[in-house]
Design a protein around this ligand. Structure first.
Ligand code: MTE
Length: 322
């Protein structure tokens, strides 16, 4: 059964409907302005149970990261997603489950490194040696939040594998771009596929920057970005790129997917959470905890300021909060 809910926190349809003013030239030329929106009406498909068949993953629980709220139930997390490769709405779970093939999965790590490597995702997992479980808050730019028991490893371990050159400044990441696995790629040609994200080397080296290969004690579900996705819990969720096939160490700052779509006007490169800096079309002061529908104040850096604020000292003139 599909339950359609319109709770008060949902961004109103007219706010979520994109305005031509911020579309980039490419999108405008395609004449498909009506299709671009990160905000949309919430629909939670409560049908069925969590997807079966994912292998359990052994991990060591890391006590350093605790939550101030209860965990989001697995079913809610699995069935309320942003994964535009499968469609620009929240109910992509069944489509992703049926069509994304997360194994075998080749991962390329290249660019400005001494030891470039191409390997299978399971080989990567065994090379980094030992998985951790971490409980993280996840704050979407659309003003909803979840909590997730991720299993994975710090990005830093991947960095160390390939020994980057001193001149590498950013880590650029790319999602698969295979329309045979994800029908949204072909049916929405106006989006700048593949999904690309980037973080600085300093951000990549922060202990919180995490590559998730599992959640809820098992391999990560397709809808959540199998077989490997990023989670940067102090940034809006769109930085946390899913189903990564390539990590490249580069000198130039990558243009990220939403940055390109909005021409940098609505979704920026930095995207650090700040309740006092509103999005162009809505407030970021509060968020709705998805499972409980509780409305809570949003925290600076999503509550992780102690660990990450130092990364941005001296950057007062940069737009680091959108
Ligand atoms: N990665 C890819 N490849 N495609 C996407 O559409 N959406 C982003 C991010 N990573 C997205 C993506 C956004 S907007 C959010 S909020 C999170 O994934 C959502 O992650 P979740 O579905 O696991 O909650």
């Amino acid at each position: 059964m599909l339950i359609k809910s319109d709770p008060s926190w949902v961004i109103k349809e007219n706010q979520a409907t994109p305005e031509g003013a911020y579309l980039n030239r490419r999108t405008l030329m395609k004449g498909l302005a009506g299709s671009i929106a990160l905000g949309s009406v919430a629909q939670i498909n409560m049908a069925g149970s969590a997807q079966e068949g994912r292998a359990p993953l052994a991990s060591t629980h890391n006590d350093a990261y605790t939550l101030d709220r209860e965990l989001t139930p697995e079913d809610v997390n699995l069935k309320y997603n942003n994964f535009y490769e499968f469609g620009s709405h929240k109910r992509i779970s069944d489509n992703a489950e049926q069509n994304l093939k997360p194994r075998p999965w080749e991962v390329v790590i290249d660019g400005m490194v001494n030891k470039p490597i191409t390997l299978d995702v399971d080989e990567l997992i065994s090379k980094v040696g030992g998985l951790e479980e971490r409980l993280y808050r996840h704050r979407c730019v659309e003003a909803w939040s979840m909590t997730v028991p991720w299993i994975g490893f710090p990005v830093k371990k991947l960095v160390d594998l390939v020994d980057p050159l001193g001149s590498a400044k950013y880590l650029r990441m790319e999602t698969f771009n295979d329309a045979s696995m994800a029908d949204g790629i072909a049916s929405q040609p106006w989006y700048p596929w593949p999904y690309v994200e980037g973080i600085t080397m300093a951000e990549a080296g922060n202990d919180l920057a995490f590559l998730a290969v599992g959640a809820y004690g098992k391999q990560i579900a397709n809808s959540m970005g199998a077989p490997i996705r990023l989670h940067m819990p102090w940034k809006y969720g769109f930085k946390s790129i899913k189903s990564i096939v390539r990590f490249s160490f580069v000198e130039e700052r990558p243009v990220s997917y939403w940055e390109e779509i909005s021409d940098g006007r609505e979704y920026g490169f930095w995207a650090n959470v700040n309740p006092e800096v509103p999005h162009a079309r809505w407030s970021q002061a509060n968020e709705t905890v998805l499972h409980t529908q509780e409305r809570v104040p949003t925290l600076l850096y999503n509550g992780y300021g102690e660990q990450v604020a130092d990364l941005y000292t001296g950057m007062e003139n940069e737009k680091i909060f959108y």
